[in-house]
Design a protein around this ligand. Sequence first.
Ligand code: TRP
Ligand code: SF4
Length: 429
Amino acid sequence: MNADDRMVVTPWEVGGTIDYDRLLKEFGIQPFSELIDKVPDPMHLMRRGIIFGHRDYTRIVSAIKEKRNWAVMSGFMPSGLPHFGHKMTMDEIIWHQKAGGFAHVAVADMEAHAVRGMNWEKVKEVGKLYLKSIAALGLKPDGAILYFQSSSNFVKDLAFELSSEVNWSELKAIYGFSSETTLAKMFVTSVQAADILHPQLKEFGGPKPVIVPVGADQDPHLRLTRDLASRISTFAFEKIENGVRIRSRKGREYLRMLEKEIDCEYKSYTEHLDVFGDYNKIVEFVRGFEVEIGGFAFIPPSSTYHRFITGLTGGKMSSSKPESYISLFDSPDLAVKKVKRAITGGRGSAEEQKRLGGEPEACTVFELFSIHLIERDDELEEIKRRCKNGEQLCGQCKKLASQLVEEFLKDFQEKVKSVNLEDYEIIGI
Ligand code: TRP
Ligand code: SF4
């Protein structure tokens, strides 16, 4: 392995050869495969292992099945035009909205300004294209809020509140910040935590399960946010036999206040209460009480992680290399050219490929099929089989991919034209 191959995965840099098993272990993410069977009608990205990891997704599965109040939230930094990588996250948000979640979509204009130095007019303009894109892809106005970070006082106020729980050594440990890092870049980590937690504010209906679909590079934000969710809330819960042990992070007096409200069997100690009965019911009751007395009572957010898309030219996909990705706003002709030039898992010659078969696992065209272009599993499997047997040649695949990309972009760009953002609840246009 040469130095270039060293895996680096942080929110600001992704590089080297990605070893997903190692990523699961190092980040402490759970494999998605262990619960796919429990998900009602899983989307193609789940079925195909492109969503490979999760935190606490069982909470979302229960919320879907029990038709409870829950939300999906994710965000987009408008540093360049939306491309097929963003489409993946958009499709995930839309799938979760269809499954019953309320959708919150953030345009991370503060992040783009702080981290990429983009001016406000530009981030607004590009940000709108992201919102129009997710609308054109099928996000319904009913059950969705779209917003710009800089326009949401809920998010900005909460970010400030959360930032009082974060100190320098923690930021350094999680993000590798140095003495050169600007305060704004540090602060946008709290803004992102606020993006993720604000659907649980009482103004948005109070504590609820929230799923955050992201790429694995965003996991440091989720680790921090999950920690903050607990740290900033008053009561902490621990499962005990027959019930719940409840502690207060803000002083004993909260336990004494809570005690007066409890109408089932419990035992009172100086530093905790043991309440007996159904775990979920008790916790829900206590969270409701916390909100009543002005606390947050946040539930740690759940998350799913999708794989990084390989750039069409090989190596990583990068917004600074337009030939490495298909933008949702590329003309169909340009997109087809990019497909034609894409790196495949084919062999040096047709003869060799017929003899040895191709490698769909290492093929950017196959990746396009499985992530974006082919809905039916049997069709995809057939291409894989034919490729491996040497029955399919890359030219045929590229022809099909070009056709599908062209159709998709024509249809998408038509839809974008007829999107009216005013149909949506929007903070910040
Ligand atoms: N930081 C994310 C990115 O670079 C964008 C983002 C902002 C986000 N707020 C979020 C993602 C909240 C998930 C949840 O793409
Ligand atoms: Fe990829 Fe198709 Fe070539 Fe196989 S035949 S390597 S799937 S382009």
